[in-house]
Design a protein. Structure first.
Length: 447
């Protein structure tokens, strides 16, 4: 047989148009890096393209990587990658990826999620489609699909199959987001046992400990194994953030600041997903009354350099934290103006912003101005639907933390007592929560 006519498949039997052995090796490397969230999958995809210019799937993998970073420049870069792929011969599976990626590049998050769902229904062993779909579910805050998209595919995956660890790690996170903590921990631990470099598996178990408020177990899970899950991982900052949250819950603020300076914000990353973690951690410290020095200013500089306000509501919310913390009034107004413009549009993000994002972002500004009554008025209607602008339960917890602190600082005795009681019911052994209960009780006695 003519080698150029041979059909090449990946390690899961998925046919790859235009491939040759060298390109297949580079593409498989990119896919493995994506599965573990390590290395440089874009660079590996570029090597595949160089080895086989007629191979569409590396272009499509790059499109997904550009989109899932939620960077302002991502959609344009993804669109270019999709155009490059569209000019090449491709099979039905590759056309399915092109269709879904093109939808997401146009801002159609829900339609892209459904297109990827259709692909996984047809081919549950297309691990790229499964993993990208899982990430889109995360950005949509769709906890059911975080679990169920993966659960549907599980019967087709067995131990020993390449990438099985990634399927287990994704299932673990979906189980955690739907409250099945025991099974989530089992699946996450098995994921890491099969592949110690699986960043998502480490992350899923960290979320379990966060939701259980089991800080000692969380520290024991992450701290001793940091060299394994952090080296070369583009989820490292997020997992360092989880470790810092465990220490914050134990009132170890000096250690939290050390972690921030060493591994979270101090290195100066301007990657949007890492800026989110930086903002979220400093904001939690601010809510505790911790002086973070000039860290807000440098973080606000990095957010300002990224730009792109109005592109994704969850990012705007966290950018506002930095601009409030640094006292950047003009930047605050620019974010809200961009959101107002976005809400006049038809993209899915217009809906995210209308439903949750604008109110949440304006509430952060109101808190910074000392307008605590306005902050509570903005947050109360949205906190139970905050999943609509994405993120995890752990990330969205900052909405509740901001609301209760605004109620306390604003002297709203009834609301503060109610919020403290509901939080205590979930975290009865938390010293920080018991302080909130005591503070709300003090307000009530003043009445």
């Amino acid at each position: 047989m003519n080698t150029m006519m041979k059909t090449h498949t990946d390690s899961h039997g998925i046919a790859l148009s235009g491939a040759n052995p060298a390109a297949l090796d580079a593409y498989e490397q990119a896919a493995r890096e994506l599965r573990c969230l390590v290395g440089d999958p874009v660079g590996s995809a570029d090597r595949a393209i160089a080895a086989a210019p007629q191979m569409p799937m590396p272009h499509l993998l790059k499109a997904w990587l550009f989109l899932l970073g939620t960077e302002p420049a991502g959609p344009a870069m993804a669109h270019a990658a999709c155009e490059a792929a569209a000019a090449l011969p491709m099979n039905d599976g590759e056309r399915a990826h092109l269709h879904a990626a093109s939808l997401l590049a146009q801002g159609h998050w829900h339609a892209a999620a459904r297109a990827l769902e259709d692909r996984s229904l047809q081919e549950p062993c297309d691990l790229v489609a499964l993993q990208v779909g899982h990430q889109v579910d995360f950005f949509l805050g769709d906890s059911r699909m975080l679990r169920d998209r993966i659960a549907r595919a599980l019967p087709h995956w067995q131990r020993g199959m390449p990438g099985h660890h990634a399927v287990l790690g994704m299932h673990a996170f979906g189980l955690e987001e739907t409250g099945d903590y025991a099974q989530a921990e089992r699946q996450g631990r098995l994921s890491v046992e099969l592949e110690p470099r699986d960043s998502w598996g480490w992350h899923a178990v960290a979320h379990v400990h966060e939701m259980r408020n089991d800080t000692r177990a969380g520290i024991a899970w992450l701290a001793p194994h940091a060299p394994t899950w952090s080296d070369g991982s583009f989820l490292a900052v997020h997992n360092w953030w989880h470790l810092a949250l465990f220490h914050l819950e134990q009132d170890e603020t000096s250690e939290v600041l050390r972690l921030y300076d060493a591994s979270i914000g101090g290195p100066g990353s301007s990657i949007v997903l890492e800026l989110i973690d930086q903002s979220a951690l400093l904001w939690r410290l601010m809510l505790r009354g911790v002086d973070v020095g000039d860290r807000w200013a440098s973080l606000a500089d990095r957010w300002g350099g990224v730009g792109g306000a109005g592109g994704y509501a969850f990012n705007d919310f966290h950018a506002m934290m930095a601009f409030v913390g640094a006292g950047r009034v003009d930047a605050q107004e620019a974010v809200l103006d961009a959101q107002r413009e976005t809400m006049d549009g038809q993209s899915d993000n217009a809906g995210f912003t209308r439903d949750v994002g604008f109110a949440a972002t304006a509430a952060v500004q109101a808190f910074g101005r000392g307008e605590f009554e306005r902050c509570t008025a903005l947050l109360r209607p949205i906190r139970h639907r905050a999943a609509r602008f994405g993120g995890s339960h752990a990330q969205r917890d900052v909405v509740d933390l901001t609301l209760i602190e605004a109620a306390l600082r604003g002297g709203d005795r009834a609301l503060a007592s109610a919020l403290a009681a509901e939080r205590s019911a979930v975290r009865p052994h938390s010293a920080p929560v018991q302080r909130l209960v005591a503070r709300s009780g003090s307000l009530a006695r003043v009445a």
